[in-house]
Ligand binder design. Structure first.
Ligand code: SF4
Ligand code: FE
Length: 488
């Protein structure tokens, strides 16, 4: 089967029998539902660009399994060049969508599962990796979109999975038989799930032996029996039901279209199970996935920031303030922050190393640093965009008022900026900034790919403070007894 284009992808979604709710209603036609469609359009770009001569080098790759041309989103990184191309691809796509295109979560889940299933087999003599390769080949051949499903609801954050009052607050195995397993629980804020063909389920924390029923990695179709998706609200989402201008980015929306996915005793055949109770490997899988996904953010958020910078520069022109030195300086600051994010993603890719399976992994320390920077720099970039745009962005009348025959002309007249720019263009640009820099988009930068504290835990774990102390002690001329001295 050949690579899908954007339209093939959208049409393929019509064949899914998803059980999905939004605003208290079951949504039968997910493809044409206005709340979902921008997210679908955004994911479709990842398919469309595989057929564009100017982008196919980044968006496609050669399968190491079949030797065929495949989407990079289904590829297993074979080199640091692959890791670098991924980051460049993410920025390039975000430049076109101005928002999340959702397909990277599954991409990173495929790569993490590939390497960890290999290592489980090496240690325990299981055959998960072979199964997983067959699954991967199926995904590559059919060019499917996979949602990476990691985050459990987690209940009481102070308790491990097996100590929770409600055992379902982490996904767990409730039955094993000769045909497969049955799982129960939920996955929270699932990016792109309502327009994915498959979901790849992973544990969300390291596990102890008591938690072994929770150590499960498996794949199911997104419309498998027992699966229910409840779509999440976003800032200004009702505007999608009203018109175009007030949405800001009507074509591609904002953020990823997240949902709460309930798994009500879902059967998974053995050929789709890639970890079953091997609790010792749950932490490794979480770390691999987290590092891969955190490494993305200087690419995709860098690309989104390019659009915000462009919007801020444009609105400054429309306001007649583009030449003011403080505005230029703020634009420089935004560019500097964006390029800093991007360089971090490139750096952790350059420093990638092969895992025992041959799949390449980014440098975990640098990857976590990238994401930690995103939790701060995107807020600063958005703050500067608000500063440059001006307060009118937050008090604009609606599209319906603008188009009203009696009151519309007043808006045209009194919201005019420089004479050469139509008022409606000034309004459109302000709406774009409003929607790219507001509520849901900002929170996604904070918590997407893991909350800031999760990165800080991994940064501390890899910081090798003993070595750093030893460096300082040597220079300071401090003698440290050999049993407490840690060398390189
Ligand atoms: Fe990809 Fe970025 Fe969306 Fe994550 S937030 S799925 S890395 S585009
Ligand atoms: Fe994300």
């Amino acid at each position: 089967m050949s690579l899908k284009n954007g339209n093939d992808y959208i049409e393929s979604l019509r064949g899914l029998k998803l059980n999905v709710y939004a605003f208290g209603e079951r949504i039968e036609n997910i493809v044409d539902y206005p709340l979902f469609r921008p997210h679908i359009n955004s994911a479709a770009i990842t398919y469309e660009l595989a057929h564009d001569a100017s982008t196919e080098d980044l968006v496609t790759a050669t399968s190491h399994i079949t030797g065929k041309k495949i989407s990079r989103f289904t590829h297993i990184h074979q080199s640091t060049e692959d890791l670098l191309k991924k980051v460049k691809m993410l920025r390039m796509i975000a430049n076109r969508t101005g928002t999340c295109y959702q397909r990277c979560v599954g991409f990173d889940a495929l790569n993490a599962t590939y390497s960890v299933s290999y290592e489980i087999d090496q240690a325990l003599g299981t055959n998960y990796h072979e199964r997983f390769r067959s699954y991967l080949e199926y995904i590559q051949e059919n060019d499917l979109m996979v949602a990476g499903a990691m985050t459990d609801p987690k209940g009481d954050r102070g308790l491990i999975p097996s100590r929770q009052k409600d055992p379902d607050l982490f996904v767990h195995i409730v039955e094993k038989n000769d045909k497969g397993i049955v799982i129960r629980g939920a996955k929270a804020h699932q990016t792109g799930i309502i327009n994915s063909h498959e979901m790849l389920i992973m544990p969300t924390v390291a596990m102890t032996e008591n938690d072994k029923a929770y150590a499960v990695v498996c794949a199911i179709p997104s419309d498998a029996s027992g699966v229910l998706h409840i779509f999440g609200r976003q800032t200004n989402d009702q505007r999608r039901l009203e018109g175009e201008i007030d949405q800001g980015n009507a074509l591609y929306g904002i953020v990823g279209g997240e949902a709460l996915t309930i798994l009500n005793d879902v059967f998974v055949p053995w050929e789709r199970v890639f970890m079953c109770e091997e609790y010792q490997f749950a932490g490794l899988l979480v770390e691999r996935f987290a590092s891969l996904h955190r490494s993305n953010y200087g690419g995709c958020k860098g690309g989104v920031s390019d659009v915000i910078i462009g919007a801020a520069a444009a609105i400054a022109e429309y306001n007649g303030a583009a030449k003011a030195s403080h505005v230029r300086d703020k634009i420089v600051e935004m560019v500097h922050l964006t390029e800093t994010l991007y360089s971090g993603s490139l750096a952790c890719s350059c420093e990638g190393v092969p895992t025992p399976s041959g799949a390449y992994l980014v440098d975990p320390m640098l990857a976590n640093t990238v994401k930690q920077n995103v939790t701060r720099y995107i807020y600063e970039i958005c703050r500067l965009a608000h500063d440059i745009a001006g307060g009118f962005m937050a008090t604009l009348p609606s599209e319906k008022d603008l188009k009203h025959p009696e009151i519309g002309p007043y808006i045209e007249k009194y919201l005019k900026g420089v004479d050469s720019v139509p008022t409606i263009d000034r309004i459109r640009m302000a709406r774009l900034i409003e929607n790219m820099t507001g509520g849901t988009a900002l929170v996604e930068s904070m918590h997407g790919a893991g909350s800031p504290q999760a990165q800080r835990v991994m940064i501390l774990r890899q910081a090798n403070l003993d070595r750093k102390k030893s460096l300082a002690q040597k220079l300071a001329g401090i003698q440290v007894s050999s049993n407490s001295m840690v060398h390189d």
